[in-house]
Design a protein around this ligand. Structure first.
Ligand code: ADP
Length: 633
């Protein structure tokens, strides 16, 4: 019989399929079922306007038949079918070949990549079969055709017979090899699970005869009769057809959502929030999103992979579409189903797909609004959410030079000095005192340590609230944010702290000027450790504290130096501040006159004390210890 040749570009793809080492060969079934469903769609839509289509909605079906002896899988649909010309055009070449970009092949990328990137359609069946037979009859014609191919050699077409319109595709499975057990596709259980995984929401029933062993009627289960069981064959519908997300939210119970979430995303805990919506604006899609109650164990590691499941009209096209979620909402699980996306779109093209970007934007907005609602309506729940994922939102504030501030600034919480409760920035600002200029914060390892900072005491002493920052990212995030509601963020341990009146400022300035030489001598004694020594009148009871100058705080210095591979030896500009009204001030002045050597020792001790008070370690504990001892004896 005359063999027809495949067109060149089809041949390349075919060759790739046949020699494929792609590990997800199972997708062939998804592809064939999608084609069958499309073919039924075509006939169904035609039936809406064409009375000659005798089928009604419930007559349509896709059948799968397994034949273990013959090693075949047969997929049958009663859709529109194909004429001989259609067959030539559709299976002799790649439909829509324009959407396949073969430049990758020239760059000698593995076929694995290409198959992963494309929905490869009909030809994917060659990954598991060495011969494919298609029998089809187009609706409205009375001739049927048989198309058959064993791969690259080409294909044959002969006239066949079929009672009604539709297509039957028979895959002759390859022989098992050491690497691949193709026989697994003859297993009913395997087929059932593949249909569930990829094609559960195909709109037409996918039916298969399933044979099970049942106890014969009237036979006791304990009997040891050889024939107590009999084989019973029933036709099962393998897919649930209507995706949960296509139902109206009002029709779905919380339990249904929870069990769906559990089955699909393997989380044992019910989600903290479920968001189910339909969008019909610039992008048409359904989305079902879940905020997990707890962070998965690998959430804050590089192993965690973000992404939403992506469906195109009920068919799963991507398990984790990362582009649908910004990093700061990476904890969200769920799915998006859009008819606007093509089943065959490649991953790379998808990244640049305008429609996908529009969907991603809409999703981001929705998540933001839902979190805001949760914050407003259920504070306890939001705080639980915050303890699981707050860190990620703070990273989001810091990331990309703070460009996500509009999305995130009203979702972040910090512990405040007011009763040590979590507050939003809006709450903080609404409680600011009349004369308060800035939003104050202080950093440290623990809330207790922060509260003990001398500067903190001064600020809270004035009745101002202070945000206590304990996470490494906190201060960096606030620096990126710069201000909130036009109020600047000010570290209480930084020179910008401005809580004194004009007179007080004048007084301390005079004090510093008159003791300039003494302060310089102390600075000399401390060398590079500090950039200056100054008197201050902001401290209440404490003798000394450290303040940073310039943009880098002491806390940030510590974080940066702790980071593996981070910048080496980052140094904050530190000023040793001495409480001008503390008795130590007079003592220092007199030492400057009578005992310069002792002044040097005092400078070192006070600097060490200031470090300890500020939650830092002492650089030279042995020296400190002997200096103190000298004073004691
Ligand atoms: P795609 O589905 O992306 O178009 P395929 O290679 O899977 O690419 O299929 C090529 C074409 O063959 C389809 O577009 C369709 O026109 C036709 N076709 C495939 N399977 C069937 C079927 N079961 N019934 C009718 N037409 C089909």
């Amino acid at each position: 019989m005359e063999k027809k040749q495949f067109r060149t570009e089809s041949q390349k793809l075919l060759d790739m399929m046949i020699n494929s080492i792609y590990t997800h060969k199972e997708i062939f079934l998804r592809e064939l079922i999608s084609n069958a469903s499309d073919a039924i769609d075509k006939l169904y839509y035609r039936s809406l306007t064409d009375d000659s289509v005798a089928l009604t909605r419930s007559d349509y079906e896709i059948r799968i038949d397994l034949d273990r002896e013959a090693r075949t899988i047969t997929i049958t649909d009663n859709g529109c079918g194909m004429t001989d010309v259609d067959l030539e055009n559709n299976l002799g070449t790649i439909a829509k070949s324009g959407s396949y970009d073969f430049k990758h092949e020239n760059e000698s990328r593995e076929d694995v990549d290409i198959i992963g990137q494309f929905g490869v359609g009909f030809y994917s069946a060659f990954m598991v079969s060495d011969k494919i037979t298609v029998t089809t009859r187009a609706f409205g014609t009375n001739r049927a055709w048989i198309w058959e191919s064993e791969g690259v050699d080409g294909y044959t077409m002969t006239e066949g017979c079929r009672d009604t319109a539709g297509t039957t595709i028979t895959l002759h499975l390859r022989a098992d090899t050491d690497e691949e057990a193709y026989s697994e596709y003859l297993d009913t259980w395997r087929i059932k699970s593949l249909v569930k995984k990829y094609s559960d929401y195909i709109r037409y029933p996918i039916r298969m005869d399933v044979t099970t062993q049942k106890l014969r009627e009237g036979v006791d289960a304990a009997s040891d009769a050889a024939d107590k069981y009999e084989s019973v064959t029933t036709t099962e519908t393998l897919n649930s057809m209507v995706p949960l997300w296509k139902k109206r939210a009002q029709e779905i119970t919380d339990e249904e959502y929870a069990s769906f979430y559990h089955d699909k995303f393997y989380d044992f805990e019910a989600p903290a929030r479920t968001v189910h919506f339909k969008s019909e604006g610039t992008a048409t899609f359904d989305a079902m999103l879940f905020v997990p109650a707890k962070a998965p164990f690998n959430y804050y590691t590089k192993d965690f992979e973000k992404g939403l499941q992506l469906y195109s009209s009920g068919v799963l096209i991507m398990e984790k579409c990362a582009d649908l979620l910004p990093d700061y909402f990476s904890f969200v699980r769920g799915l998006v189903d859009s008819a606007d996306l093509s089943l065959n779109i490649s991953r790379e093209l998808l990244q640049h797909d305008h429609q996908l970007k529009v969907i991603a934007k809409a999703i981001e907005k929705k998540i933001k609004n839902e979190l805001a609602k949760m914050l407003e309506s259920d504070r306890a729940k939001y705080e639980a959410f915050w303890s699981a994922f707050g860190m990620q939102l703070k990273f989001g504030l810091y990331a990309d030079y703070g460009q996500h501030k509009d999305v995130l600034q009203d979702l972040v919480l910090f512990t405040s000095s007011a009763e040590r409760k979590l507050v939003t920035l809006a709450e903080y600002v609404s409680r600011m005192k009349e004369d308060q200029k800035s939003i104050y914060y202080a950093c440290g390892e623990t809330l207790d340590k922060i509260e003990m900072l001398p500067q903190c005491e001064s600020v809270t002493g004035k009745g101002y609230e202070v945000l206590y920052l304990t996470d490494d990212v906190d201060e960096f995030a606030l620096k990126m944010l710069m201000n909130y509601s036009e109020k600047a963020f000010v570290n209480v341990c930084a020179e910008e702290l401005d809580i004194t009146s004009e007179e007080e400022k004048e007084a301390v300035k005079a004090e510093n000027e008159s003791s300039e030489d003494m302060l310089n001598a102390m600075k000399e004694a401390l060398g590079e450790a500090v950039s200056a020594v100054r008197f201050t009148n902001t401290l209440k009871s404490h003798p000394v504290c450290l303040t940073s100058e310039g943009g880098l705080s002491v806390g940030m210095e510590q974080v940066l130096n702790r980071m593996p591979g981070g910048e080496e030896g980052v140094k904050a500009q530190i000023v040793l501040e001495i409480n001008a009204s503390h008795a130590i001030a007079d003592k220092l002045k007199s030492l400057y006159v009578y005992d310069r050597e002792k002044l040097t020792a005092y400078a070192k001790i006070l600097y060490a004390q200031a470090r300890l008070i500020g939650g830092m370690s002492v650089e030279n504990p042995a020296e400190l210890s002997s200096l103190v001892c000298d004073l004691m004896i």
